[in-house]
Design a protein around this ligand. Structure first.
Ligand SMILES: [Zn+2]
Ligand SMILES: [Zn+2]
Length: 449
């Protein structure tokens, strides 16, 4: 199978991998075979503009902003702005994204047509084009095959990637299911007409026939609503890779953030989404703000949607725990810990007593501690320490005189300088090991030797 320069080979048959392929790194293999356009510079930028995208991105906000000077916002038109933003927004989030790009549920034909028509009102391309790019985004996140690669900056991942002709084709992604979907094919065929009707004609005529505000319908619910919903969804590619936390995997840029969830109708739990893209929810937790999840749940109850996919709680929680353990491990490694048993010199009882004549040594739980730096800081006063120099103060430390807390035990362990021959009695480790070391986060290979 020879690869043409523009269309990279898609390794579908594992028994027939091209000789030059590096099978364990498909991205670098594809990048090597694919020709890229030269970078956009100050000299060539005007030749590299993608004029259709430039028109869609800049004409509506310009006309809309000028229109606001001449068009006061009436209450009914304002309400219609919000309602129509939500409706067309759902076309994108529940339709384009969660139904067609990710197949997170099955929709009845009626719901499919409704979402395909509403989604056209956001003018972000046909489902076929949009979902193909989005699948590449998921498959090649944070690489040069990702069409809106977040590593190239906030502006690039927001709209920059559309302003200029793409330097590369997006990475290959399987969209055979979409090619055979009659609603997707129908929407693609009549896309320009549908987009014009849904973006401009419908919002204008509803306001015009409804309450006589033709101009307000055109400016506010048509043009400015279009700009508002477009930028809300563009934020999924930009802000959602820039702002927030990474609770399920911290390897790549997608992040979870309640603020971006509010802006994007629930798509802001993007770290979860990149880990579990087949889940119909982006806000996995019950309380997380995800109106698209609630919309789909309602569609299920009304019989318009079925087979809503939910990833197993066990695996979601495991992913979350993995990241938490990773952070705990980092925190643990940044702290100083007591000297290991094996690194301490072994002293007989007589050695210990002899050395204690010239040093402030105290034996507790089989360890010899040098408390010279601590003696003046001891909350119980220096006297109690002084009177135990050269003695075994185990019983005194563990309740005989005072039952010390976790912090005191941790601190004591930091002052170990030796271990007593014979050590502490077995079976009492739970008591003698400092609280901070009862549990520890270890890497899988730490105990392999
Ligand atoms: Zn997605
Ligand atoms: Zn993303």
């Amino acid at each position: 199978m020879a690869a043409s320069s523009n269309e990279p080979a898609f390794i579908e048959d594992p028994n027939n991998i091209p000789a030059e392929a590096v099978p364990d790194n498909f991205v670098s293999y594809t990048l090597k075979l694919q020709e890229a356009l030269p970078p956009v510079t100050w000299k060539n930028w005007y030749r590299e503009l993608h004029w259709l995208h430039v028109f869609i991105l800049f004409v509506p906000p310009t006309l809309g902003t000028i229109g606001t000077w001449y068009t006061p916002l009436r209450l009914k038109t304002g309400i219609w702005f919000v309602v129509y933003s939500l409706l067309t927004g759902f076309g994108l989030t529940a339709g384009y994204h969660r139904l067609w790009a990710h197949r997170t549920y099955k929709a009845t034909r009626a719901l499919e047509y409704t979402l395909a028509i509403l989604g056209a009102g956001v003018v972000e391309g046909s489902i076929a084009w949009w979902a193909r790019g989005h699948r590449a985004h998921h498959r090649y996140t944070d690489t040069d095959l990702d069409p809106y690669d977040a590593r190239k900056g906030l502006f690039y991942s927001h709209i920059g990637w559309m302003i200029f002709k793409p330097r590369r084709n997006p990475g290959p992604a399987d969209v055979s299911d979409l090619r055979s979907n009659p609603v997707v094919k129908w929407q693609h065929r009549y896309y320009l007409l549908l987009a014009f009707i849904m973006a401009i004609v419908v919002p204008t005529t509803v306001a015009g026939y409804g309450w006589g505000d033709w101009q307000g319908g055109f400016v506010w619910s048509g043009l400015l609503r279009l700009v508002f919903v477009q930028h809300s969804t563009f934020c999924v590619n930009s802000l959602c890779h820039w702002l927030g936390d990474k609770p399920y995997d911290n390897k790549l840029t997608p992040k979870d953030c309640v603020l971006t969830a509010v802006i994007t109708m629930g798509e802001g739990y993007h770290n979860f989404h990149h880990q579990f893209p087949m889940d119909y929810r982006n806000g996995y937790k019950r309380y997380q703000y995800d109106p698209t999840k609630w919309f789909l749940w309602s569609c299920e109850k009304l019989g318009f949607a079925t087979h809503l996919k939910r990833f197993s709680d066990n695996e979601v929680e495991k992913a979350e725990l993995t990241v938490q353990l990773k952070y705990l491990h980092q925190k643990q490694e940044a702290l100083a810990w007591p000297t290991e048993k094996s690194d301490l010199p072994v002293l007989t009882w007589e050695d210990y007593q002899r050395q204690a004549e010239s040093r402030t040594l105290i034996c507790i739980a089989g360890y010899i501690h040098d408390v010279s730096d601590f003696i003046d800081k001891h909350p119980g006063g220096p006297y109690l320490l002084k009177k135990n120099i050269g003695k075994d103060a185990t019983a005194a430390f563990f309740g005989g005189l005072y039952d010390h807390g976790n912090a005191a035990h941790n601190l004591l362990a930091m002052q170990r300088v030796g271990i007593l021959l014979g050590g502490a009695p077995h079976g009492l480790e739970e008591k003698f090991v400092p609280a901070s070391q009862h549990l520890r986060v270890s890497r899988y290979n730490e105990y392999s030797t």
